[in-house]
Design a protein around this ligand. Structure first.
Ligand code: PLP
Length: 496
């Protein structure tokens, strides 16, 4: 395709501009009067000089290279790539939500504050918590916010607990957040059914345990049936329970982290609550807390006084502000639109659909792949590529082969406790036909591994770029387009 030719990729031409303005009749300012000298450039920034149409085509071409939920099936386990309803976009673009400024006086943005207040209330009901902050801008930041509150809680009692317990199936952000919050993580091994080993847990829970971080259903898509016993063990030792609610697609309207005994939870509005994601943000990771943690919630808190909404920072024990302004407001508007569109019954049906779809796909694929945990799953399930590995084909190869059929591969090699793992989450918004077509392709690939493994080992065949050197890409990323660099690569044969 011509647009990928490197000569055409470089569309900059000296002096070409994408706008035209009348000559300024305002006297130009002397930069040195306005800025310190060291902040002023000696040379022009070297930005591309392009016409508007070339710019539009450049970005459109880039966007066409992306796979998103609007292009096709995206069964990325633990990421809940569900349909992003377009009505949410209409609501988020209403001027009263999109054309306001965070520094406006609160009397002039009552509607926005009302939406935030109502969303907090809805999320508190959904999670079974007493209050919610909308500030954190991602799941991982929610985890860190929650743990900082846990820390403040123990410190307020005069205790310095040092350990956070995390099961081996946990999402990688859990130990990372614990570490950023100043804790040492202790890994709790799962039992042969993929669940928390209660006896192992008891061995590790003590007076030094600040919290246990858990998700339920866990990252294998399995429900921790002993959750109330688990909660009791941690609480008896004075620790708190943190719920990773990034993917709540199996529990909406069925149960809540609050009912299970958790004290603090984050949600990913960009997963369960249909915020568009996958492109690196923006996200929203609200945190809900039980009464014990109320004093530590970030400020300002959005509150209601009579029929007025206000921002209250008067909480001396608060951990402070965790995000500029009040969270990623646009994503919060979309989530609120979704929750109100669905209603309580609709949200419960979401979970029923998500669990049904995951089990349907699991059953269809079960004869062709190893199932390390063959029991009924919740919203997602794991398979192992160990059978195919014996024939010389790895899960990575099968994932690459899926690209030839226009599918985004499932999550692979995660969770870490499953060999050659494939983690599949179809979500409730896919049709039976879509899931069947995907299953047919997975089955075809399993047959190819037996009959014609080369076609899988050499995949992908239909994408613009074949297999990337992922090590090189991670170690020496070139994140900025530099014309000379590209010419050098073409000359060295790195790039066609
Ligand atoms: C996605 C995810 C996270 C992290 O959320 P981000 O918004 O990417 O920071 C945490 N836990 C689980 C289980 C997740 O799936």
């Amino acid at each position: 395709m011509a647009e990928y030719n490197h000569l055409i990729f470089e569309v900059s031409r000296p002096g070409r501009v994408g706008y035209s303005l009348p000559k300024s009749d305002v006297e130009s300012v002397n930069l040195e009067d306005k800025f310190p000298k060291h902040l002023i450039r000696d040379e022009a920034a070297g930005l591309p000089e392009v016409a508007e149409l070339d710019l539009v085509r450049h970005y459109t071409a880039l966007s066409n290279k992306n796979h998103g939920i609007d292009n096709g099936f995206y069964p990325l386990g633990s990421c809940t790539m569900k349909y992003n309803p377009k009505v949410n976009e209409v609501v988020a673009r209403l001027a009263g939500f999109s054309r306001i400024h965070p520094y406006q006086p609160t009397e002039t943005v009552q509607g926005a504050l009302e939406l935030m207040y109502n969303l907090q209330e809805e999320l508190a009901v959904i999670t079974g918590m007493d209050a919610v902050t909308l500030q954190p801008s991602a799941g991982a930041q929610g985890e860190w916010t929650g743990l900082m509150m846990v820390r403040a809680y123990h410190e307020q009692k005069g205790e310095t607990r040092k350990k956070v317990l995390v099961p081996d199936s946990a999402h990688g952000t859990n130990p990372a957040s614990a570490s950023v919050a100043g804790y040492k993580t202790v890994t709790i091994p799962s039992n042969e059914n993929g669940l928390v080993d209660l006896e192992e847990l008891k061995k590790h829970v003590d007076k030094d345990t600040a919290a246990l971080m858990l998700t339920n259903p866990n990252t294998l898509g399995l429900f921790e049936k002993e959750i109330t016993e688990i909660a009791a063990v941690v609480h008896e030792a004075g620790g708190l329970l943190y719920y990773d609610g990034a993917n709540s697609n199996a529990i909406l309207g069925k149960t809540t982290p609050g009912d299970m005994g958790f004290d603090v939870v984050h949600l990913n509005l960009h997963k369960t609550f249909t915020g568009p994601h996958g492109g690196g943000g923006p996200g929203s990771g609200p945190v809900g807390v039980k009464e014990v943690l109320l004093p530590y919630l970030p400020v300002p808190r959005v509150e209601k006084d009579g029929d007025k909404f206000l921002l209250n920072s008067n909480y001396p024990l608060s951990i402070g502000r965790v995000k500029g302004y009040y969270g990623n407001f646009g994503i919060n508007v979309r989530a609120y639109s979704y929750i109100r569109t669905m209603g309580p019954v609709g949200l419960r049906e979401v979970s029923e659909g998500a669990v049904l779809h995951a089990n349907y796909l699991r059953k269809r694929l079960d004869p062709y792949f190893e199932s390390p945990y063959p029991q009924i799953c919740k919203h997602e399930f794991v398979l192992s590529g160990s059978r195919q590995k014996k024939l010389g084909v790895r899960t990575l190869d099968m994932a690459k082969r899926l690209l030839d059929f226009g599918y985004h591969p499932p999550t692979i090699y995660f969770p870490l406790n499953v060999e050659e793992c494939l983690m599949i989450e179809p979500t409730e918004t896919e049709s039976k036909e879509t899931m069947d077509a995907f299953a047919d392709v997975m089955i075809q690939i399993a047959k190819e591994v037996e009959e014609n493994p080369g076609v899988v080992l050499d995949a992908p065949h239909t994408t613009i770029i074949g297999r990337l050197d992922e090590v090189q890409a991670a170690r020496q990323p070139i994140v900025r387009y530099i014309k000379e660099k590209e010419e050098e690569q073409v000359k060295d044969g790195v790039k066609a």
